[in-house]
Design a protein. Structure first.
Length: 256
């Protein structure tokens, strides 16, 4: 296990060299939020929609954007490793490939920290303070961690699909668009039929649980949402392991 923590520390040190990239990303985050703040301000004015007033809806978008901008995008790295044969070289080393990539990408915690500070500043500036309980904060942090875990599992799956198709970018774009469905618009705004479909989509549980807990906290609903996140993460990681093992067999059969 020590070797994986060494990989994490090295990757974290490397990420400090990209701190300005994270700051520029935070500016992009702010621009998106300002645009949609103006949009919902015009639509809602002083009214409400599906139980959301303007400040609550702005905080919803702040949290949804925080999850979106904080999530890692390492599918291309895995895809390239599969296509150029790098993964074959890693397989002969005394480490698990999936665990290696997981710890390496965990260094994105620096990016998450920058985006968290940005989220707090933007939320307080555009929507004002929101009342939170300690229990709510604990549930929210757990939900955010599980959201990033789900995101990582999705990235693994997209990257490992390179064992079967040449270009994985199109798969990523499909997943990204599904995620965007809930970045600027809460799930309550969609019709019942669409909501039922969205609830079986993994990206929904990335966005839904943290935003719901932060803006409309209820203990029983929070527990149910986090339980769904855990179940979704388990299914995605099982799919990841199966894809990986099947792909590695192809490498062994074809001689690397």
């Amino acid at each position: 296990m020590k070797k994986y923590f060494t990989i994490f520390k090295y990757s974290l040190k490397m990420n400090f060299t990209f701190i300005y990239d994270y700051l520029i990303s935070a500016i992009s985050y702010a621009v998106h939020l300002m645009v949609f703040n103006c949009l919902w301000d015009f639509i809602l004015k002083d009214g409400t929609m599906y139980g959301y007033d303007r400040p609550t809806l702005v905080w919803y978008i702040v949290i949804a954007e925080f999850i979106t901008y904080g999530a890692s995008r390492f599918y291309k790295k895995i895809s390239d490793m599969v296509k150029d044969g790098t993964i074959a070289n890693l397989l002969i080393k005394p480490m698990n490939f999936l665990v290696y990539v997981w710890f390496e990408q965990s260094a994105d915690i620096l990016k998450i920290a920058v985006n968290a500070v940005t989220a707090v500043i933007l939320g307080l500036t555009m929507a004002g303070p929101i009342e939170l309980t300690m229990l709510q904060i604990i549930f929210f942090v757990i939900a955010c961690i599980l959201s990033f875990f789900i995101s990582n599992a999705i990235q693994f799956i997209i990257g490992l699909i390179a064992f079967y198709i040449e270009e994985t970018r199109s798969v990523f774009f499909i997943v990204q668009k599904l995620q965007f469905l809930l970045v600027f618009v809460p799930i309550e705004f969609y019709g019942e039929a669409i909501r039922k479909v969205l609830m079986i989509v993994p990206t929904t549980h990335m966005m839904y649980a943290p935003t719901l807990i932060f803006t409309r906290f209820d203990v029983s609903t929070a527990i149910a949402s986090i339980t769904m996140q855990v179940m979704m993460f388990a299914v995605l990681m099982l799919s990841t392991i199966l894809l990986y093992r099947k792909g590695v067999k192809k490498i062994n059969v074809n001689g690397g």
